[in-house]
Design a protein around this ligand. Sequence first.
Ligand SMILES: C[S@@+](CC[C@H](N)C(=O)[O-])C[C@H]1O[C@@H](n2cnc3c(N)ncnc32)[C@H](O)[C@@H]1O
Length: 224
Amino acid sequence: MQESAFKREVRRYFDARADRYDHDTETYDQQDFINFRIVIPYIIEHSGECLLEVATGTGIVLDMLLGEGKDAYGLDFSSGLLKVAQEKRSISGARLFCGDAESLPFSDRSFDSIGVFRSLHHMENPRIVLYEMIRCARKNVFVYDSAGEWRRLLKRALYKVGLYQPFHTLLRGQPDTGYRQANETEGPVKVFYAEDAIPMLREGGLRLVKTMSLHSNLFIHGQK
Ligand SMILES: C[S@@+](CC[C@H](N)C(=O)[O-])C[C@H]1O[C@@H](n2cnc3c(N)ncnc32)[C@H](O)[C@@H]1O
């Protein structure tokens, strides 16, 4: 299948920054690392034995799971980031898969649990990715991403009364496409908030077991 322009832009952005990804995220995303102290033990307790991290990047989360003795695997479409996971974190190549999250190269119910962390907003089609995760999971799906909070509610309210795009056009000179160009600290984005995953997980047949609000981020646990 041909790679879309957005996917290519995202993959190239992360490939080009592979060597500095860890430094940048440790510098600019410190709150995530504080939140991981709560999220990772929760996952360790509730995930079963065999896990897949979709969009594992340099393997930061994957390494934490492996360190706790989990039979964990990671997938990403940036070969540059996966190389860092292998070389810097010594994660075995047998645990890393280079591929597109929209088409996971695994059969149905291959893993006890599948998680995606800090990545859905860099994806072209989060719904397709979540459905793929649900397909390949025997039991649990975990999502951790930025929460929209009041911005999301305000946008939805304005949309409902037909005022969002007129306001956006007034302020920014054009309608909002949802696309945000990359900058020095954040890759290209298609606006997606963690809350948006909740109805998608439900539509995919999961029940919500837990949500945790963690300083502008949201952790979601859905179960079959
Ligand atoms: C901000 S990074 C997060 C990486 C890692 N989860 C972490 O927390 O450090 C976003 C990741 O999403 C990956 N990604 C985006 N779209 C993808 C897709 N369609 N398939 C696989 N990986 C994708 C990027 O390559 C990148 O590694």
